[in-house]
Design a protein around this ligand. Structure first.
Ligand code: GLU
Length: 451
């Protein structure tokens, strides 16, 4: 039995249905860091893995709120404060009916290593609720956010734990959450990031994750000696904040993004997407992608009930580069096979852990440039940290300053990941590179800080 298998065995008790995604994320990291554990015994001696896979604390609370019919509704809220070896707990809030402890543990665990890779002083956390924002009125969202913050405010602080957005939590929700925090505590501190600009948000925070994923890809393609994205067909899944801004940046650099998707279906516009219309539909009207084909009849819309039995239609569109930006485990083995057969050269994870392990296996064995989420989508949290800096010094940075720093950060992460992979004998494997570099940073801090 190798060192990775021995370590994984120790955590078998974590492997239950609710923890499936957490276990998947943990297993991947342990396999990646095996050479590090073998080359330096201190990580085993100081029981770093045992300490890292258990969150510092999980806060679970009840959220009661009144719907528009004056009926009392009850949801569960969570904050998983995972690790603060490198700085205050930092990570988003997800509002989605699938949210449970296991999903938040997976996201929080990934966040520790992602935040470490940015080189910025931020620890890892995640939170959220099983509340479903779909179909709720603006007032219902407001009332839910107030109820959520009534409890959460006790556990967060600008130097303690700084939540932000994730799926189902954008500027509107952050505004309501922050407003409630301010009302309860009477403090105007940067306790949340992703705030609207006019009351303390950073310019470019909405764009940061999507833009950052494209900057990372450009850097990776250059390092790997591949052709740049300009003029190339790109496929994107998702139609949220990350997907729309990845599409925007791709268009700005002259690439041709042709697809996106939401929970109801997939859109394929072979001439290149009309981003203005997409933003109107998804950000303003909060509508369905089906509305797009009313204005562009040449585009193809595939509703979910016409999807193939196995695989997702987005990944069956021939492309040079793919950007899964929807959600975890959205890209399966069949999708990976389709991408490879159709000549795809590069896959960049904009969402958190969108590729299943078997798909990653195939990408790596076929020498596809594969950018894992914890490195490629770190631009969002990096700009969140820039927002914390601006709030702490009561200053504001220009769009250009944030953009330049974001680009530099993504290039730095990419180079560090590529170099780490080379140093540990797995050149070109950005999964192992990211896991080793992120783990080493946190582990060394934990060792230096004692138990
Ligand atoms: N939810 C985002 C992520 O997965 C952003 C977290 C943050 O800005 O704190 O990285």
């Amino acid at each position: 039995m190798g060192i990775a298998e021995k370590e994984i065995k120790k955590f078998e008790n974590h492997n239950c249905a609710e923890n499936a995604v957490f276990y998947q994320a943990m297993e991947e990291v342990i396999y990646s860091i095996a050479p590090l554990l073998e080359s330096d015994e201190k990580y085993i001696k100081y029981a770093i893995l045992e300490r890292l896979v258990v969150p510092d604390r999980i806060i679970k609370f009840k959220v009661t709120w009144l719907d528009d019919n004056n009926k009392i509704q009850v949801n569960t809220g969570y904050r998983v404060q995972f690790n603060n070896a490198l700085g205050p707990y930092k990570g988003g809030l997800r509002f989605h009916p699938t949210v449970n402890e296991g999903i938040l543990k997976f996201l929080g665990f990934e966040q520790i290593l992602k935040n470490a890779l940015t080189g910025l002083p931020i620890g890892g956390a995640k939170g959220g609720s099983d509340f479903d924002p779909k179909g709720k009125s603006d007032f219902e969202i407001m009332k839910f956010c107030s109820g959520f913050m009534t409890e959460l405010h006790k556990y967060i602080g600008a130097r303690m734990d700084v939540p932000a957005g994730d799926i189902g939590v954008g500027a509107r929700e952050i505004g309501y959450l922050y407003g409630e925090y301010k009302k309860i505590t009477s403090t105007y501190e940067g306790v949340m990031t992703g705030k609207p600009f006019f009351f303390g948000g950073s310019l470019m925070r909405p764009e940061a994750t999507g833009y950052g994923a494209v900057y990372f890809t450009e850097s990776m393609l250059e390092i790997e000696g591949k052709e740049p994205l300009t003029g190339k067909i790109c496929t994107v899944s998702g139609a949220g904040n990350v997907a729309l801004h990845a599409i925007e940046k791709l268009q700005q650099i002259g690439a041709i993004p042709v697809s996106c998707s939401d929970s109801k279906g997939t859109l394929h516009d072979a001439r290149g997407l009309d981003l203005k219309l997409l933003k109107e539909i998804k950000l303003k009207r909060r509508g369905s992608l089906q509305e797009y084909v009313k204005s562009h009849s040449e585009a193809k819309y595939i509703p979910v009930d016409e999807y193939p039995q196995d695989g997702h239609p987005v990944w069956d569109i021939p492309c040079y580069a793919a950007f899964p930006c929807a959600t975890q485990n959205e890209l399966c083995e069949t999708d990976a096979k389709n991408l490879i057969t159709n000549g795809c050269v590069s896959v960049t994870e904009g969402a958190n852990m969108p590729s299943r392990p078997e798909a990653i296996e195939l990408f790596l064995s076929h020498k596809i440039c594969f950018a894992p989420a914890k490195a490629a989508n770190a631009g969002g949290v990096a700009v969140s940290e820039f927002e914390m800096s601006q709030n702490a010094s009561m200053s504001r940075w220009s769009f250009e300053k944030v953009d330049t720093k974001l680009k530099e950060t993504m290039q730095m992460i990419c180079k560090r990941v590529a170099l780490t992979a080379k140093d540990y004998g797995v050149e070109g494997n950005y999964v192992d590179g990211a896991n080793i570099a992120g783990f080493k940073k946190v582990a060394d801090a934990m060792i230096a800080e004692g138990i």
